[in-house]
Design a binder for this molecule. Structure first.
Ligand SMILES: Nc1ncnc2c1ncn2[C@@H]1O[C@H](COP(=O)(O)OP(=O)(O)OP(=O)(O)O)[C@@H](O)[C@H]1O
Length: 822
């Protein structure tokens, strides 16, 4: 009987029967299923029960018929709406069985008060899906009728009803030796678990089946796959059925979830994705069966009867889920199986062991060989693509060989997962190689960093040692100025700073000096109240000295081949004049001097201008610059400072009328090198802010008079020598055979007028770490950065530095730079 449809154009028929039927839907608007019962009643026309109850050739009249039809049985169970699902203890048991499902559905719709429904049962084998108004307005959905189901269970259906129609035929077959599969599909919360397992009050299919089989209670699980295998206890040759070991599989599949609806996040979202993938894969399996059976050349052989229970919700909000499931599963009803002997089923249910072994061996072999890329015919094939191809080929072979479309497909998906895992392993291995390279690079960098650190530490240590020795020498000198410290100085062990031997021939002089910077104990026997500090440059120069009556003795011992003479410059400067070509000793002394210069508070006075006539006159002179840091040793008026230079030759220490000490060498003036003084002058000029306090007028006759003199400069300054120093006398060195015949050069410090007293800036040394930072590379001195006053001496400096080792050059440069920066 045709039905009136207000909007028949919006109806789409799914899985129509061969004999066309009018769409039972009355409208495409869900308002006819709205909350107002009266309105719903007005709009919904009476359901054509007589049409639905008419026997049809395509519809299975009984469950047995459905099983025997050879089609995949697809059942639909509509879960009651929550508003309609009011727990009624008596309802589930006492509620009478409805006469017709469609009537119950209509009842449910009519009694709906809060929510509208999107499903209406047209009959035992069909239903109509009505989109909600919002989607109708957007023309995104149309009313659809789905037909051809094995049976449609309305919301009011009882568990027992479902069991009787769905499970009981399977149990009967199972007991008869036939294997079956039952799977529940549907959106989450649609009632799969309720259908399969149920509750203690409303036991589901499993419970009822087990009750039937064993009379036991099954565990309650939300989703699982249950295999019930029939094991014959005794071989009965007459009963072939029991020997088949039939398996009944009941699967409570995971429910597809819509993320928008569930709002899952994090792990729940991942689980949801996995669940949806499972549903999708299962649907693909079924579709593949459907596609496969289109190939008449390879008909599927049925080895068991499968059943599918679709659970849907009829709520308006469940429209999308329900629609998707129905669209997906409605074609499955067309899946047909060919009847085969049940005896051949069991080997097909499980993979044949030999086949599994072959497949696994093949995969392992390919896995082992898949790491290395394979080149075939000029094309690049990697192991992954080959492996995938092989697996797909095997997959097809398995489908053909196993002849079980469902079970053969599902393991194949597992194989795909293994392939993906294999691919991931390959990616990881590639990443691992890159990681190894990165690790090697990091290790190399770390090693180089450690080497640099060790090198830096080594240099710092060397510098610190140099500084310490320098400080010790210097402090000994200072201590020597105080009688109180004499004992300390004497008792202090000799400190030696040895550097490698130098051997160089430079113009008129040569030297081979073991650079020893040595503090010798003071011989107090000579003058207990005196203290002497001798800087012994053990080499080939020697100086002699003789004691003088003074409180303090400062002995600068230049041990060498040269005879030197200390003389007192008339202009008050201390000159040490080697009598022979003694620039070798100067280079060493210069280094020692520079080391000393690095001390804190060191102050210098430059008295000699190398370019001046005086410097010319003082060629071949050795200039000893200030070695009295930290303290103001500006000498009181009338004080004398005698500096004894131990030498093999006679030396003379004279006192300058300006109160400054001059050590002048008078012997062999031709051999005295101008470079020595030049070097000293250059070094002094390199000190930024240092005032040239030389009272010497280089154009004066004194300049000429001081020719060939070695000028010792900068003993005075801001350093305040608090001790009463009136005269410094260097006692004779008995150990080197000094006698009175070799008079000790006497340095008399006379009062210097305030007007000519130089303004000495204070010098501060940076800490060692700062020095290292300033010149960590220890490069040689940048000549371009030299002040103009030094450029004239560059050549001389280079000559002098030739005799130095790279380490000493670096050290000296670093010390010098440190002083220059400030
Ligand atoms: N036919 C029904 N009659 C009464 N209650 C039902 C029915 N179907 C489902 N329910 C109830 O709906 C709720 C959800 O059902 P169920 O857990 O079976 O859904 P599900 O499809 O298994 O969900 P999931 O996929 O998340 O496991 C349960 O509380 C269940 O009791």
């Amino acid at each position: 009987m045709p039905m009136e449809t207000p909007n028949p154009s919006a109806t789409v028929r799914r899985n129509p029967h061969r004999r066309a039927r009018p769409t039972p839907s009355t409208t495409n608007h869900p308002d006819h299923l709205s909350m107002d019962p009266s309105l719903a009643v007005k709009q919904i026309r009476p359901f054509p029960l007589h049409d639905l109850l008419e026997p049809s050739d395509e519809q299975p009249a009984t469950p047995a018929e459905a099983v025997d039809s050879g089609n995949l049985r697809v059942f639909i169970r509509i879960r009651p709406l929550e508003t309609l699902h009011k727990p009624n203890k008596a309802a589930s048991t006492i509620r009478p069985r409805p006469k017709a499902p469609s009537v119950n559905a209509i009842r449910g719709v009519q009694s709906k008060k809060i929510k509208t429904v999107c499903l209406s049962v047209n009959g035992p084998h069909s239903l109509t899906l009505v989109p909600p108004p919002s989607m109708v307005e957007l023309k995104r959905a149309k009313t659809e009728a789905f037909e051809g189901f094995s049976f449609v269970f309305p919301p009011e259906s009882l568990q027992r009803e479902v069991y009787d129609r769905v499970m009981e035929p399977l149990i009967s077959d199972f007991l008869g030796g036939k294997s079956h599969l039952l799977a529940a599909m549907g959106a989450t919360g649609s009632g799969k678990t309720h259908t399969v397992f149920g509750t203690p009050r409303e036991p589901g299919l499993v419970s009822l089946a087990l009750q039937r089989l064993f009379g036991s209670n099954p565990p309650s699980r939300s989703q699982c796959i249950i295999n019930i295998r029939c094991e014959p206890q005794a071989a009965d040759p007459d009963n072939d059925v029991l020997q088949n070991k039939a398996v009944l599989t009941i699967a409570d599949l995971a429910g597809a979830e819509r993320e928008k609806r569930t709002g899952n996040q994090g792990m729940r979202l991942l689980e949801s994705n996995a669940i949806n993938n499972t549903s999708m894969v299962f649907g693909q399996c079924l579709r593949s069966l459907l596609e496969h059976q289109k190939n008449t050349k390879k008909p599927l052989q049925k080895h068991f009867q499968d059943s599918l229970v679709l659970t849907v919700k009829s709520g308006e909000d469940d429209y999308l889920d329900t629609s998707m499931l129905l669209r997906q599963a409605s074609p499955y009803m067309k899946i047909k199986f060919c009847n085969v002997e049940e005896s051949s089923n069991l080997p097909c249910l499980k993979r044949q062991p030999n086949l599994i072994t072959k497949i696994e061996q093949s995969k392992r072999r390919k896995l082992n060989n898949s790491d290395a890329p394979v080149f075939k015919g000029g094309k690049h094939f990697d192991g992954q693509s080959i492996f995938k191809t092989e697996v797909k080929r095997e997959q097809l072979q398995q489908v053909e060989n196993i002849q079980d479309p469902v079970l053969s497909t599902m393991p194949t998906n597992a194989e795909f997962q293994r392939v993906e895992m294999h691919n991931a392993d390959i990616v990881l291995s590639c990443e691992g190689e890159k990681g190894k390279e990165s690790d090697n690079t990091i290790q190399r960098l770390e090693q180089s960093l450690m080497n640099e650190k060790a090198r830096t530490a080594k240099l710092e240590k060397a510098l610190e040692n140099s500084r310490r020795h320098s400080c010790s020498c210097h402090k000994q000198c200072l201590y020597s100025s105080s009688p109180k410290h004499i004992a300390d100085v004497v008792s202090r062990p000799t400190v030696e700073l040895q550097d490698e031997a130098h051997s160089e021939t430079n113009n008129s002089w040569s030297y081979n000096v073991v650079q020893t910077f040595k503090h010798d104990p003071i011989d107090q026997s000579q003058s207990p109240e005196l203290a002497e500090c001798r800087y012994s440059l053990d080499g080939q120069s020697s100086m002699a000295k003789e004691p003088k009556n003074s409180f303090q003795n400062l002995e600068v011992s230049l041990t060498g081949q040269h005879n030197e003479e200390l003389s007192h410059s008339p202009h008050g400067q201390s000159n040490i004049c080697p009598t022979e070509a003694s620039s070798n000793s100067f280079s060493q002394e210069n280094e020692a001097k520079e080391l000393l210069n690095s001390l804190e508070g060191i102050e210098y006075s430059s008295y000699v201008d190398p370019g001046s006539p005086h410097s010319k006159a003082s060629e071949n002179s050795l200039t000893i610059c200030g070695i009295f840091p930290e303290h103001d040793i500006s000498m009181p008026v009338g004080q004398n400072l005698e500096i004894g230079l131990t030498s093999q030759n006679s030396e003379e220490l004279s006192s300058s009328p300006h109160g400054q000490s001059n050590m002048s060498a008078t012997k062999d003036p031709s051999s005295i090198k101008f470079s020595l003084e030049n070097e000293a002058k250059e070094h002094l000029n390199s000190l930024e802010g240092t005032e040239d306090t030389s009272p010497v007028d280089h154009g004066s006759p004194h300049s000429e008079a001081s020719e060939n003199n070695l000028t010792t400069c900068g003993i005075s300054g801001e350093m305040d020598l608090s001790i009463p120093l009136t005269e410094l006398v260097v006692p004779p060195r008995k150990d080197i055979g000094c006698t009175d015949k070799h008079p000790v050069t006497k340095v008399l410090l006379e009062e210097k007028p305030e007007s000519i007293r130089p303004q000495k800036p204070r010098w501060r040394l940076l800490p060692t770490s700062a020095m290292l930072l300033e010149d960590s590379s220890l490069d040689t001195e940048d000549q371009n950065a030299d002040p103009k006053g030094r450029r004239g001496c560059r050549k001389v400096m280079a000559t002098v530095e030739k005799g130095r080792t790279p380490g000493s050059i670096s050290l000296v440069d670093m010390l010098r730079r440190n002083l220059q920066i400030r």
